[in-house]
Design a protein. Structure first.
Length: 440
């Protein structure tokens, strides 16, 4: 005989909470497999077998698939509109090959940097593979992610932009806009991937939304291997400049742009994959509008992700020529402080939140709270080598990790990074996993 079980109110609340959690988890953890030919299928990845095939359980039918990785482009582990949360504590560490890690520094010396991350625990990074260390404390985000198409206003023609594995993409001419208020100093960053012959236009500081030609704006254009800019003030249009024959746009499937605006000094600086490629003068008297536009022109496909707009302290990134001007004969890194001061010297270590630096003025202690960035361009240089079988991960905290994949199970993956060694990462910490990431 089975006895009736009487639940207390507390137990019922716990049961209801667990049921709601399971229901929500089933939506959050939906996965999508994207193929190199453009096909996609929803389901769940249960791992990679001993033959190197991806084991995929489709959502809509019961047959389990064993797929060769040569045709796989991306596995999206979360909903396509997943927004990578931005953090304003700790540091951002950029590696020479392009990986980016977020966390807190627990130890630093001339040979290694120990970074405490939420996904890999304490990782010991090789200092000769580190490019820059950037302090994130005190930053303010005006736009923390590109989001999904539904987060934007479509301009006239609809459904030209759609959600992608990690952002948004367009295959036809169309425009999106949204309000993004900024300060007079701000930094905009985004990743772009283009195929065919499209043209990407981004309007900043536009004075009105929902129209194809706002009355006033700053325009940034990417087309093939060229970038250009112009400003519109009422009826007048002024060219800001143009940079052609950018090899990185020819050679890379995916590029990162960083735009730094100083609206008091009327300057715009542009970084392509961490390198300063242009510094343009902005016209005076520009109206500071609050609308941001993204245009896709001509034929071809444009994908955009990791788009953010945030506050900036006004310290422009330095070109290689400027580095030579500041440090003509020094084999040392340099620091830029929050007030713009630049100090060159040798990193000795870190203790109790203070960097120890050997400079021409003697040994100095610089609190991490005063630090804007450390540039290590003068240290012995090394970078990860491209290898067949490398995968590229975008993680929930915004980190970007390249791994030589060793194992993929349903709940975790294991791999090797040339930057810090072996690591196991929980699948729940991964937003997207890209395969076949290098061009032939």
């Amino acid at each position: 005989m089975v006895k009736d079980r009487i639940f207390t109110t507390y137990q019922m609340k716990r049961i209801i909470f667990k049921l709601l959690f399971l229901v929500c988890a089933s939506f959050v953890c939906g996965q999508t497999l994207h193929f190199t030919n453009g096909d996609r299928i929803s389901g769940v990845a249960s791992g990679i077998d001993d033959s190197g095939r991806l084991i995929w359980q489709p959502k809509e039918f019961s047959e389990t698939l064993a797929l060769n990785l040569e045709g796989v482009k991306t596995i999206s582990l979360y909903d396509e509109a997943y927004n990578v949360p931005r953090i304003n504590v700790g540091v951002e560490v950029k590696m020479n090959r392009g990986d980016v890690y977020y966390g807190e520094i627990s130890q630093l010396d001339e040979k290694s940097l120990t970074l405490n991350t939420v996904w890999g625990g304490e990782m010991q990074l090789k200092m000769d593979m580190v490019s820059t260390i950037y302090s994130l404390k005190g930053e303010r985000y005006f736009l923390d992610e590109v989001g999904s198409v539904s987060d934007w206003n479509e301009v006239k023609s609809r459904k030209k932009w759609v959600n992608s594995a990690s952002g948004i993409k367009a295959r036809a001419r169309g425009a999106l806009c949204r309000e993004v208020g900024v300060d007079h100093l701000f930094h905009a960053s985004f990743n772009v991937e283009m195929s065919g012959a499209p043209r990407l236009r981004i309007l900043f500081l536009a004075t009105e939304g929902g129209v194809y030609e706002p009355e006033s704006y700053i325009e940034f254009v990417v087309q093939r291997n060229t970038i250009s800019g112009r400003a519109r003030l009422a009826e007048e249009i002024e060219s800001l400049g143009q940079v052609a024959s950018l090899e990185k746009l020819d050679q890379s499937q995916r590029c990162q742009f960083d735009l730094y605006f100083d609206l008091k000094e009327n300057i715009l600086a542009i970084n392509l994959d961490g390198i300063l490629v242009a510094k343009w003068n902005l016209p005076s008297g520009l109206d500071q509008g609050s609308w941001l536009y993204i245009f896709s022109d001509y034929e071809g496909e444009i994908s955009i992700d990791d788009f953010f707009v945030k506050s900036w302290n006004g310290a422009f990134p330095l070109s290689e020529e400027k580095k030579e001007e500041f440090l003509p004969n020094v084999e040392s890194p340099f620091l830029i402080l929050n007030n713009g001061d630049l100090i060159e010297g040798e990193l000795l270590g870190m203790e109790q939140g203070k960097l120890e630096i050997k400079t021409s003025m003697g040994e100095l202690e610089v609190p991490m709270t005063k630090l804007n960035l450390i540039d290590l361009f003068r240290t012995p240089y090394s970078e990860a080598k491209r290898q067949i079988g490398d995968i590229f991960l975008q993680l929930k905290d915004g980190s970007k990790v390249t791994l030589q994949l060793a194992q993929w199970k349903e709940s975790f993956i294991r791999g090797y990074s040339q930057n810090f060694g072996e690591v196991s990462i929980n699948v729940e910490d991964i937003v997207t996993a890209d395969f076949n990431i290098y061009k032939e």
